[in-house]
Ligand binder design. Sequence first.
Ligand code: BES
Ligand code: MN
Ligand code: ZN
Length: 498
Amino acid sequence: MQISFVAPAKVTSGAWVVGALAGSALLPAAVAADKASGGALTRALKSSRFTGKNGQMLELAAPAGVAASRILLVGLGKVGELDEKGLETLGAQIAGRLLTSGDTMGSIEIDAWKGGQVKRAEIAAHLAFGARLKSYRFDLYRTKKEDDDSKFTSLRILTADMAAAKKAYAGLDAVADGIFLARDLVNEPPNILHPAEFARRARTRLSKLGVKVEILGEAAMKKLGFGALLGVGQGSARESQLVVMQWNGSKKSGKPIAFVGKGVCFDSGGLSLKPGSGMMGMKGDMAGAAAVTGTMMALATRKAKVNAVGIIGLVENMPGGDAIRPDDVLKSLSGQTIEVLNTDAEGRLVLADALTYTQRRFAPKFIVDLATLTGAIVQTLGFEHAGVFSNNDQLVQRLQSAGRYTGERVWQLPLDPFYDKMIRSKIADMKNIGGGNSGAITAAQFLKRFIEKDTPWAHLDIAGVAWQDGEQKPTIPSWGTGWGVRMLNRLVIEHYEG
Ligand code: BES
Ligand code: MN
Ligand code: ZN
């Protein structure tokens, strides 16, 4: 779907999208459409349930006297109630209608629209962003076209502020690129997207944007002492990988910010095998790594003035003959030893070494890690919030603020020495399961043991938000959500640029 911002003009083909406020108060473009159609819109309103409530729609097909193929009246709600997130949702809802309409193009008139704090150019940009997010599809493995495939190719936003709108949209378009990459990676099946393939894609997609991408294979990691990460991968025929992505967009040198991702390309549970029903969807266990890769793409595409590193640990957790056993002890890169009592608690092992490596090599300003780490977080928070655990309140507040703005929200859960006790091992420095309740917290306590010298750190457990099996959100028309790209990009904008 092409998106363009053009000066207001008469709509002579395709869908003509106009707005009304709560109370069916038609905005000027809607009044014009009504007039041109000889009052058809007001007549249709009388026999409809449309009241102008946010998100409502009323459609008139082939109205007489109008060159446009249809008039789509959209409810905007009360004046000034639309914020950025609301505009994105609305853009997605409009796009949803147009994509399935049979039309090939549509034009939205927005000049009389008012967002509360949102300027007109931003209204256009966020509306367009929502529309683009809705246009995402993952069709790679369908060999037959469906007959009701969308014909819709071109969305025009009519605004006198077209230059400013275009500029405001450029940054969001970059974020959409990053989200789409993250969604693609999560949606790909695990026979295709194994660790080396993920690493290759990160390299090809990011290096042309100016991101420096390094890939460490098993030999390199073995030499360095990645005992925990390599332990997880050793039951798989696929080679484990560590990918280091550096974006240096700031002229100032100094410590970079760091994002670390769990990239378990498939999580069978290993010898502590998952039941069949629990294994489905475990191709998405690399969603943390996907979010990090997508965020790096967004930052580089919009040339963010920040120095950021993205580090992802890519493995496949399989029960092969060489697999780690429950009872094995692994030596991590940090030097700490781990008694593995359940091979299905593998994400923390991968992250442990990735976190150590990140700190020792980059001494970052902060680290945010993202991981589909525990089923327990899904039990706790469901699908609306990711869990956040942190040693730094300011970082938590910043993540919460970015989450509120973008709709990718986080909810803080505690860390406490009491929970740390639950991962004491009889024979090693720690064990990899808490064994009992508060599973998301003991997992976070485990990670905390790999944070050195009070590096500000936040762990996001995204197991409940990385993919969606039930109802789709308007801006997320796919199983893989791409969760994290929007909020991390926003975190950078709000605090770490310029
Ligand atoms: N990848 C899973 C967590 C998960 C579960 C993500 C469901 C998304 C949906 C993780 O590796 C895992 O298996 N965790 C175990 C830990 C347990 C063995 C301590 C879990 O949550 O059951
Ligand atoms: Mn697991
Ligand atoms: Zn896992």
